[in-house]
Unconditional design. Structure first.
Length: 221
């Protein structure tokens, strides 16, 4: 890994944004979830609170982290959040009361995946479904349906949180999809660039990947 944890601490301590404060604070919190260390998570949580991030938005960011970072880091984030925000209500997804839950989550997943991937959705389906049909179904129903379609965090902020996860992990293939996805669901070029540049010093090779992707998309600085 080429991550620079001290520089992430430094970013948190010196962060004085003049625009997109909430979205950028959530992206920094997302970056801290990748490291999943107590002191760093606490600093990122306090930063988010300073810039108006709500308890349920932290919670949704933690929940979606398991799709990209795995259960161990999601559980670490959940326990940290429960410790530091013990009285915050956790949003219950009303779809859990739907008797046709599986069908609804599948359709929600299809709808959201199409928004994020745009014209590339069919290519994604055709690439994944023939070689691993279970993975395709889990991706649609579990990932895009059950998790990313939850209320509590708007889809633009969700995508930018995912961009932060993937920059810190330096996963270029998935990072390309979600930078492109952020644009597809309505993120402005200024906002996407701000988040990528915020994480420039700490994400190492992931920043280089993000810059290359912006160039490929015709959105380079």
């Amino acid at each position: 890994q080429s991550l620079d944890i001290p520089k992430l601490f430094s970013l948190i301590q010196s962060f004085r944004p003049d625009n997109f404060t909430r979205e950028r604070a959530i992206a920094i919190y997302s970056a801290a979830l990748v490291i999943a260390e107590e002191e760093l998570l606490t600093a990122a949580l306090k930063l988010g609170q300073t810039h108006g991030v709500k308890g349920e938005e932290f919670y949704e960011t933690v929940l979606q982290s398991y799709l990209f970072l795995g259960f161990p880091r999601m559980l670490t984030g959940s326990m940290h959040l429960a410790k530091h925000l013990p009285n915050e209500a956790r949003l219950r997804d009303s779809r859990s009361k739907d008797p046709k839950l599986a069908d609804k989550m599948h359709q929600d997943g299809i709808d959201l995946c199409k928004k994020i991937y745009g014209g590339a959705f069919e290519r994604l389906r055709d690439a994944v479904e023939p070689i691993a049909p279970e993975v395709y179904e889990w991706m649609i129903s579990e990932g895009y349906g059950k998790v990313l379609s939850r209320p509590g965090l708007d889809i633009v902020t969700r995508e930018l949180s995912i961009v932060a996860f993937l920059m810190m992990e330096n996963r270029p293939v998935q990072l390309y999809s979600h930078i492109r996805g952020a644009f597809n669901v309505g993120a402005s070029s200024e906002l996407v660039h701000a988040i990528i540049n915020d994480l420039k010093e700490t994400s190492g090779d992931g920043y280089c990947s993000a810059v290359e992707i912006l160039d490929r998309l015709g959105s380079g600085s």
